[in-house]
Ligand binder design. Structure first.
Ligand code: AMP
Ligand code: GLY
Length: 425
């Protein structure tokens, strides 16, 4: 079968790397891809916002399965348009993608199906939002209802910060239409984890647990980023908790989507906070996590193409997933200044040496310029290492990361610190 992967980050490089190993796959394409996917797939310059062009490309190359990496194409209905043309898609329809593209849809679905999440109120009117925020007090969380590239969430330590965020969204239209409505939400405390499952709309195949680090700085401080690292498994998610999340969160979500006639297929990512009252949903994503995917797919021993095809065709009941028992760590090498402004075009060296240390190096923001590999984004490379136990996995990953260099490069030195502390204790 011929497969097209849509996207251009480390997640898509990991997807291509894994798909390429499948005996089921003939030709593998990635649109637009990056400097790393070029080694696994044929990169294609395709405007993935132009669904007709994608349909034409699939017909021309006899592509029968499209695996969508990021949420944006899904939220624009790429799955619907491809399926109308007879191409199967790993990823939900426009209607089902609203679990991520509308935080209000997600919150209301949770509310009416008893799925645990932070208490919330929805506002369109700034004055009413301000009044509510002042009455509730801080800490408190303010979220834009639509897609805002991960930047539409403000966890405010004081009331003024929350009011400012609400004003920026509702009055100043900082996020455009994505901020026309906001959710003001109860602040939850606990440890976060990511639970991903593959589903055909009815059957559920849980993937291994993972945890990412969203903050730019060590000790999980500083501004939010797309993710500075991840590890799998997340030891905070023991068997009981995992079962609890599947039974009380994942299953009711998939069932509710079916009942609302928005059957969900593809991968569902549930971001949870493990509170004293049990796990609560922070967010749904309708796609693989980045960088969680880099530690999940590397642990997967089974055939990803088979799994994706089965989900896209609507029956995963015959598919099983086998996992490597080792622990995996991913460290993101970023451009100096990220997530603020940063320079691009820095020449990258040392990838071979890192690979000689046993690590996998996925590209997130790289490009080939005159035959040289240069940085082309904020998150540049993802170094993935493994070990028997989290401590060894961390050591192996950082030893490999230390071999890589580009001007201004920085990375967090404490990825998986919670897992290390938990294991030591
Ligand atoms: P979201 O995109 O909704 O997952 O929010 C991004 C990040 O903000 C999450 O990963 C959490 O770290 C934090 N966050 C979101 N909602 C809450 C909440 N209700 N309480 C505490 N932290 C939150
Ligand atoms: N790592 C967080 C996300 O993919 O949304």
């Amino acid at each position: 079968m011929n497969i097209l992967v849509i996207g251009s980050g480390g997640r898509e490089h990991a997807m291509c790397w894994k798909l390429k190993q499948s005996p089921m796959v003939n030709a593998l394409y990635c649109a637009p891809g990056n400097g790393g996917t070029a080694a696994e797939a044929i990169n294609v310059e395709l405007d993935t916002g132009d669904h007709e062009a994608v349909v034409r490309f699939c017909a021309e190359k006899e592509i029968t399965l499209v695996a969508v990496g990021p949420e944006l194409p899904l939220s624009r209905g790429i799955a619907d348009d491809l399926e109308k043309a007879g191409v199967k898609v790993f990823g939900p329809s426009y209607a089902a993608a609203r679990l991520e593209s509308s935080k209000i849809f997600a919150k209301e679905l949770m509310g009416s199906n008893g799925i645990p999440t932070a208490a919330f109120r929805i506002f369109e009117d700034f004055e009413k939002a301000e009044e509510y925020i002042r009455a509730q007090g801080a800490p408190i969380v303010v979220k834009a209802f639509g897609l805002a590239a991960g930047k539409g969430v403000v966890v405010a330590d004081d009331v003024e910060e929350a009011v400012r965020a609400a004003r920026e969204m509702l009055v100043d239209e900082k996020f455009g239409s994505a901020g026309q409505k906001i959710i003001v939400e109860e602040f939850l405390t606990g440890e976060e984890a990511s639970i991903l499952v593959v589903t055909d709309g009815e059957n559920i195949l849980p993937l291994v647990s993972s945890q990412d680090h969203k903050r730019a700085g060590e000790g999980d401080t500083g501004p939010n980023t797309g993710g500075m690292g991840a590890y799998s498994p997340a030891p905070v998610v023991d068997e009981k908790l995992f079962g609890d999340v599947i039974e009380n969160i994942v299953k009711p979500t998939i069932k509710a989507m079916r009942e609302e006639e928005k059957p969900y297929k593809g991968v569902l990512y549930v971001g949870i906070m493990i509170t004293d009252e049990g796990p609560k949903v922070l967010e749904y994503n309708v796609r693989f996590g980045d960088p969680e995917t880099q530690v999940i797919l590397t642990r997967l021993k089974s055939d990803l193409a088979e799994l994706m095809k089965a989900a896209a065709e609507g029956d995963i009941s015959g598919v099983k997933a086998e996992w490597d028992d080792d622990e995996y760590v991913c460290v993101v090498l970023a451009s100096g200044g990220y997530p603020g402004s940063y320079e691009k075009g820095k020449e990258i060296s040392g990838i071979r040496e890192a690979e000689k240390e046993g690590a996998l190096v996925f590209h997130a923001g790289t490009a080939l310029r005159d035959g040289r590999l240069v940085s082309s984004g904020g998150r540049v490379l993802n170094v993935v290492g493994k070990g028997r136990g989290i401590k060894e996995a961390v050591e192996n990953t950082y030893r490999a990361a230390g071999k890589i260099h580009f001007d201004g490069m920085y990375y967090r030195k404490d990825i998986a610190h919670r897992a290390v502390a938990r294991t030591a204790a």
